[in-house]
Design a protein around this ligand. Structure first.
Ligand code: GAR
Length: 197
């Protein structure tokens, strides 16, 4: 199961990886918090079921979170991948799926959490940035780290050029690690994520 909010290039990389039967995973459904996004069109084009659960359709954030959990649960996923999902999942969602939700973030955690990672890294003047895949906990981009990938920051970068360079590395990292999670599983001890084999 993959949750998305935007362009869906990470989703696309996963969908393509799943075409290989040795990859070990398949995308059972794609969920979003908004309509009319390219990520949903990508899923539609290859016949993967989609759904949208909008925050604005619910009286409270908690109700939205519970409804999202119900929707996801109906597909009985082994793993939930947040791939450019620009909402924080809450207590109800985590109560059901904790330890089985991973998120990819376009910065080197614990630096620059939130929705503007590449812009914040650029403004700070860092010389390297990258992406982090982590197991989602109750914080904002604070969960145990599965993997990280590093890219240089160039002198003439703007937010878009830096984010695009990050996304190339990010997609590779995401595909590699989701496959390993599906095939091997992982353990978490004192925040250290280790593949089970
Ligand atoms: C990715 O870079 C992802 O890490 C980021 O949004 C982009 C989505 O791209 N997510 C966040 O910033 C979450 N805090 P995509 O829609 O092309 O996969």
């Amino acid at each position: 199961m993959v949750l998305v909010s935007g362009a869906g290039s990470n989703l696309q990389a996963l969908l393509e990886a799943c075409n290989d039967p040795t990859y070990g995973a398949s995308v059972v459904a794609v969920g979003a918090d908004r309509e009319d996004i390219e990520a949903l069109a990508r899923a539609d084009r290859v016949g993967v079921p989609t759904f949208v659960t909008r925050v604005g359709c619910f009286a409270t954030r908690e109700q939205w979170d519970g409804a999202l959990a119900e929707k996801v649960d109906a597909f009985d996923p082994d793993l939930v991948v947040l791939a450019g999902f620009m909402k924080l999942v809450g207590g109800r969602f985590l109560a059901r799926f904790e330890g089985r939700v991973v998120n990819t973030h376009p910065a080197l955690c614990p630096s620059f959490p939130g929705t503007t990672g590449p812009a914040d890294a650029l403004a700070y003047g860092v010389k390297v940035s990258g992406a982090t895949l982590f197991v989602v906990d109750a914080g904002v981009d604070t969960g145990p780290i599965v993997d990280q990938t590093v890219v240089p920051v160039e002198d003439d970068d703007d937010v878009q050029s830096l984010h695009e360079r990050i996304k190339v590395a990010e997609r590779r990292m995401l595909v590699d690690n989701v496959g390993r999670i599906a095939r091997e599983g992982f353990t978490i001890t004192d925040r250290k994520v280790r593949f089970a084999t």
